[in-house]
Design a protein around this ligand. Structure first.
Ligand code: HEC
Length: 151
């Protein structure tokens, strides 16, 4: 290949790159319009941890706090340990990694009486908070022990 044709290729490349620049600009110019459509999304952003539970400086939202109180009131720790680590009952830190929300609900409310897990029908109104609490413990997001609520 001659030196001249080499330059020609380079020039053609430069031209095509320059040409590419323009169409690329056009979608960018349109982008702000597209971005302004989902703009309401940042609004619920302060709730950074998602819908299930919130943790701020080790403090939790009201429903999760109620879940922890339900855990204490029902004395689940007698069988699952004060930090959910397992005792005669299995570690709920581990169990909550694989059990679905419905499985936890059913197990807690109906129990598995023949296997030593009592039923807790009186927790029906707090089961979602209790699930959130246990899930947060299993995720490592909620500290063990006494909790306080986010003001
Ligand atoms: C008297 C002891 C006892 C108490 C009190 C108790 N559990 Fe259990 N729990 C068990 C046993 C034993 C099992 C395992 C049952 C089985 O083998 O399927 C179990 C199973 C579970 C499971 C399912 C775990 C899995 O991996 O399948 C969940 C969730 C659970 N318990 C939550 C709770 C919660 C929440 C409380 C308090 C409201 C509670 N338990 C109170 C003994 C207890």
């Amino acid at each position: 290949m001659s030196r001249q044709s080499c330059y020609a290729v380079a020039a053609a490349l430069a031209l095509s790159l320059a040409a590419c620049g323009k169409p690329a600009d056009t979608p960018t110019a349109a982008a702000p319009a597209a971005a302004s459509a989902p703009a309401p999304a940042p609004a619920p952003a302060p709730v950074a941890t998602g819908a299930l539970y919130q943790v701020v400086d080790g403090k939790v939202d009201a429903a999760t706090l109620a879940g922890w109180k339900a855990w204490r009131a029902a004395a689940c720790e007698r069988c699952h340990g004060p930090s959910q680590e397992g005792l005669v009952g299995p570690s709920l830190i581990e169990s909550l990694k694989s059990l679905s929300r419905d499985e936890v609900r059913a197990t807690v409310l109906t129990g598995r009486v023949e296997k030593g897990m009592p039923s807790h029908p009186f927790l029906a109104d707090r089961i979602d908070g209790l699930y959130a609490y246990l899930k947060g413990r299993s995720d490592g997001a909620i500290p063990a022990g006494r909790l306080t609520g986010i003001e």
